[in-house]
Design a protein around this ligand. Structure first.
Ligand SMILES: NC(=O)C1=CN([C@@H]2O[C@H](COP(=O)(O)OP(=O)(O)OC[C@H]3O[C@@H](n4cnc5c(N)ncnc54)[C@H](OP(=O)(O)O)[C@@H]3O)[C@@H](O)[C@H]2O)C=CC1
Ligand SMILES: CC(C)(CO)C(=O)C(=O)O
Length: 341
């Protein structure tokens, strides 16, 4: 049994923490007080396939200052934008043998962790599915995908153990030996995040409208120019391969419904993490998502106009400068960001 700390237990952290507890690991959560209050009766996890597990209350603290233990594994589940601030607390508890698992979306936030702890094992993890909180302490996974932890060939058995500590009836998990490619592939899916925040409707309703899909498809094409130039082969994260995704998204609504029925097999209530950020007036992860594409593209001399325009819109939305444009329609968005031919 290992001693695990989940630092920044929100949607993903509570989901992972409950799976660790289910597997009889020692777990402590670092979370905000209002979250700790909601977990006092334990945690229930369900998924879109009607699986369910329930665990007893997990010890929760609001700061590591109160943690007496040293930890074998720290699962860092804050947003990318909170990683830097988290480091100050992590410095108090990371021991020489502690492994850190960075569970952020996007690219690059783990660099801060690696710089802060150059002698520790720092692994990245990829969360492919959506989690929402349906009631206090009840977290629901609304979409498909296998949680992946980065391999470390020098420590393969340890990573295999981590996988077995986290997988459960509501969480498939695996080891990934090419995390760079997997995170780019996940980033491709996260290009829906900004559009979901701008559209202000559930993901399923957004995907049913071609104009939104066309904008997402164009951002994906820009991403694919970058990954092709870098010779990165993107693994499949959904049932559709990376280069085929923009083609499918571009289809007329009636045909999309038939061809992409598995893509639409998501709960009606799913919204992306960026929608939650905007709704709760929190900073978004846009710089680590679309921003990372623009940054890499610049280095390669590739232009990414649609990603750039969408970034501007998200900044305007965050700064309340979009006024009547919250709930932007597909047509409005298309006209604003797509290149005029
Ligand atoms: N939600 C989802 O469905 C998915 C999310 N992801 C990714 O997973 C990562 C985590 O996302 P998610 O779980 O949604 O985020 P949440 O905002 O739900 O959870 C993060 C939690 O950490 C808390 N936190 C931040 N800093 C500290 C601190 N110093 N001490 C204690 N608590 C702290 C936050 O509180 P506060 O907000 O008050 O700062 C928040 O409650 C992100 O990178 C996201 O993109 C990936 C796939 C799906
Ligand atoms: C699972 C997905 C792609 C969409 O919910 C996500 O990663 C997010 O919301 O950030």
């Amino acid at each position: 049994m290992l001693n695990h700390l989940v630092f920044g237990a929100g949607l993903i952290g509570c989901y992972l923490g409950a799976n660790l507890q289910y597997n009889k690991q020692r777990v402590t959560l670092i979370c905000r007080e209002h979250i700790a209050d909601k977990l006092s009766k334990g945690i229930v996890l369900t998924d879109y396939l009607q699986h369910r597990i329930a665990v007893e209350p997990i010890p929760s603290l609001t700061s590591v200052v109160d943690a007496m233990d040293s930890f074998d594994v720290i699962w860092l589940t804050v947003k990318c934008t909170a990683v830097e601030t988290a480091l100050a607390q992590l410095r108090l508890i990371v021991g020489s043998k502690t492994t850190l698992v960075c569970c952020q979306n996007g690219l690059g936030s783990e660099q801060l962790v690696k710089q802060a702890f150059p002698d520790n094992q720092v692994l990245r993890a990829m969360v492919p599915f959506n989690v929402v909180e349906l009631a206090d302490g009840h977290f629901h996974r609304g979409s498909q995908g296998t949680f992946a932890i980065e391999d470390n060939p020098a420590n393969f058995n340890f990573v295999t153990d981590l996988v077995s500590h986290i997988e459960s009836p509501v969480l498939e998990a695996s080891i990934c030996n090419d995390m760079d490619s997997l995170l780019w592939a996940k980033l491709q899916l996260n290009l829906g995040n900004s559009i979901n925040a701008l559209a202000d409707i559930p993901v399923k309703a957004m995907l049913q409208q071609r104009k939104y899909r066309q904008v997402i498809a164009q951002m994906m094409r820009e991403l694919l120019l970058v990954t092709d130039a870098k010779s990165i082969e993107l693994p499949k994260v959904t049932s559709i391969s990376a280069h085929y995704l923009p083609v499918i998204l571009n289809l007329p609504d009636w045909l999309f419904k038939i061809v992409a029925n598995r893509m639409l097999a998501i709960d009606e209530n799913v919204r992306t993490s960026m929608w939650w950020d905007i709704s709760q007036a929190k900073p978004t992860e846009i710089d680590y998502l679309n921003g990372a594409i623009v940054e890499q593209a610049k280095l390669l001399g590739i232009s990414t106009p649609v990603n750039q325009k969408v970034i501007e819109l998200i900044y305007q939305l965050s700064n309340n400068k979009l006024q009547n444009k919250r709930k932007i329609t597909g047509k409005q968005l298309y006209n604003l960001v797509m290149p005029k031919i």
